[in-house]
Design a protein around this ligand. Sequence first.
Ligand code: ASP
Length: 336
Amino acid sequence: MSDWTHRHVLDLAAFSLEDYTTVLELAQRFRAMPTSGARKLPALQGKLVTTLFFEPSTRTRSSFELAAKRLSADVQSFSPSSSSLSKGESLLDTVRTYVAMGADLLVVRHRCTGVPASLARDLDLSGDRVAVLNGGDGLHSHPSQGLLDLFSLARHFSPDSPTPAALRGRRIVIVGDILHSRVARSNLWALTACGADVVLCGPATLLPQAFTAFVDAPPPGQACDPVANRGRITIERNLDQALAGADAVMTLRLQKERMNQNLLTSLESYHRAYGLTHARLQACAASVPVLHPGPVNRGVEMSGALLDDPSHALVEEQVTNGIPIRMALLYLLAAG
Ligand code: ASP
């Protein structure tokens, strides 16, 4: 195992190429293990993983919980609607309650940017040896999703050796609501770190031009970029041109819950301009993989026929790959 130094996993901007290699190698080992019969590994026996999701989740939360169980951890989950938050308890006090019950690892999702990082800071300051994993915060970051997308792509390009090198020089198109997507932001850090060139595609209201400089400097609070040479980010507004020569395409949900103004004329016109269909993919290689983090709006981001076509859609594969990726993250943080 390489030199893993992270106490928490909050943002992929802090990941070096070695970190990606470590996570992908471990995930590949966990992925190869049988999921039936004697399927539990004892690695996290005696550890308590607590999932604190202050925002809805279908995949991430259950995937983390399953990952923790496959490593023999105890799992406890918090649900905000039936908690004392509604009685006025502060978020930090709620989290401290779970720490006092013995949580070793906290997986935190919140609709506000920065909540997992500020909890990690507060817990570090008070000397609590608990690790925080960001399960998605606002528009900012969704590290486990970025990693499972990277793993899915690396396995697609290089099934026997899914390392970051499998991504070098690839043209990866990300289309859709980039502005509101923490998944896109995490993918930008991960894909460019591995040397992929990312083409972003979407209307100006959902994809500001400034995104071309997204990875040019580390985020505030991070002294330097741990990756020396990143792939490039370009913007192409026309989907057919973006798709020409693409090695993979990722499409993103329109995040209506995060839009506070009318950014679209209609869903039909959005689908006509930016929706993925079989016809649209003719500009790419016959087997080009299509990714979506879910949940999918059928007929908006992509046609139902494309979503149901296993020769293109990697969506279920992404869900499957999420479990070994999250096992790898829990394992590394618990060992640390
Ligand atoms: N499930 C992903 C997220 O939580 C993507 C989405 O909601 O569209 O960010």
